[in-house]
Design a protein around this ligand. Structure first.
Ligand SMILES: [Fe+2]
Length: 354
């Protein structure tokens, strides 16, 4: 199985994971042979990536980090919360906590906590998927930092609702495909203050959650917003969410730009660690996030091409790879597996789209 961009897909490929809409209806089931009509249907629904099973990826298992039905339930809850919350109706804090507990349970089932989120999402559902993913990444970091019990749960609730203040920002600004004007950007920045205000009125919501909504765009060097706080003046939970937020945003396709590869975003966050983020939290984060997720198409330094077939949690840059093409791009009659941790003469030089 491997992940592929929809614009690379050929008719005849077989879908390896069922694609659901946010309402829980099946758009296309696992095992469907894709034809032009199905591909158009996916495009129409704003899907940009899918999983397929083909000759070169047969037998490669992309692990499910978190149970799909829990992710769907969480996305639906965020959508409900963001669409329905107004002056008259408030957020159901208890329900959010229940879903966060399920997510924590589902994360802890994993033997090795190496997070790769394989959700297939529509560009239109971005905000809901983003909220849930930020929650998952933040909980993984929290577990890595030794959080448990209420402290972990508060981090989960706050991270899931970190952008709740956006419900007070006009849709035409939030969904603007082009560059924002300085005034529009000032307006967007207010979602942090609005989030704090909204959550302040919700029963059972902790101070940590309020500070996450308020502080997740603050940066260690004072370059963030809304209060240009520095280092330890930023609440620790907000420093965790700052990293998850940037990571998920940059690894996602947006209307105005294509996503970056996971390893590029990890490198980007690492390079900014001392300026924007908290070094200890960045170090924890990179221990648990996949550098080259299973199924990633790679090129080795000798020109051979293949797919990552097994993750190496101790040396994330040296996974096991399945070589399927020689250096001239000719398919090999038989695939070969190379454990890069044992064959030090080889290294990955590029990630590409097959
Ligand atoms: Fe935000």
């Amino acid at each position: 199985m491997r992940r592929i961009n929809l614009d690379q897909i050929q008719a005849g490929s077989v879908l390896a994971k069922t694609i659901m809409t946010l309402d829980g209806t099946v758009l296309l089931s696992c095992g469907t042979e894709l034809n032009d009509e199905y591909i158009k249907r996916l495009q129409f629904n704003g899907i940009t990536q899918i999983f397929i099973e083909d000759e070169i990826s047969r037998g490669i298992h992309v692990p499910e980090f978190i149970r799909e039905e829990i992710v769907t339930e969480a996305k639906q809850l965020v959508r409900e919360t963001m669409v329905n919350t107004s002056i008259t109706t408030s957020i159901d804090g208890k329900k959010v906590m229940e879903v966060v507990d399920k997510i924590i349970e589902s994360i802890l089932v994993n033997e090795d906590i190496i997070v790769t989120l394989s959700d297939i999402r529509s560009v239109d559902d971005y905000t809901f998927s983003h909220s849930v993913n930020v929650c998952i990444y933040s909980l993984v970091i929290g577990i890595g930092l030794g959080y448990e019990g209420d402290k972990l749960r508060e981090l989960g609730v706050g991270s899931m609702l970190h952008d709740i203040g956006k419900i007070r920002i006009p849709q035409q600004i939030l969904k603007k495909p082009g560059r924002l004007t300085p005034d529009e950007f000032e307006e967007i920045k207010k979602h942090t203050l609005y989030g704090y205000e909204i959550l302040k009125g919700v029963e059972g919501i902790s101070m940590a959650a309020l500070f996450i909504a308020l502080g997740h765009h603050e940066r260690s060097d004072g370059s963030g917003y809304p209060h240009h706080l520095r280092k330890d003046n930023i609440h620790k939970a907000a420093r965790v969410v700052a990293i998850s937020d940037v990571y998920d945003a940059l690894t996602s396709d947006r209307v105005y730009r294509k996503k970056l590869m996971h390893h590029e975003v990890v490198d980007y966050i690492t390079s900014l660690a001392s300026h924007h983020f908290d070094q200890e939290i960045v170090d924890t984060f990179i221990r648990y996030v996949a550098y080259y997720p299973v199924g990633t198409a790679i090129i080795l330094n000798n020109g051979e091409k293949g797919l990552v077939s097994k993750y190496n949690k101790y040396f994330p840059t040296r996974p096991v790879v399945r070589i399927v093409m020689d250096e001239e791009g000719k398919m090999l009659p038989r695939h070969k597996e190379i454990n890069l941790n044992e064959k030090l003469e080889y290294r990955i030089v590029k990630v590409w789209d097959i």
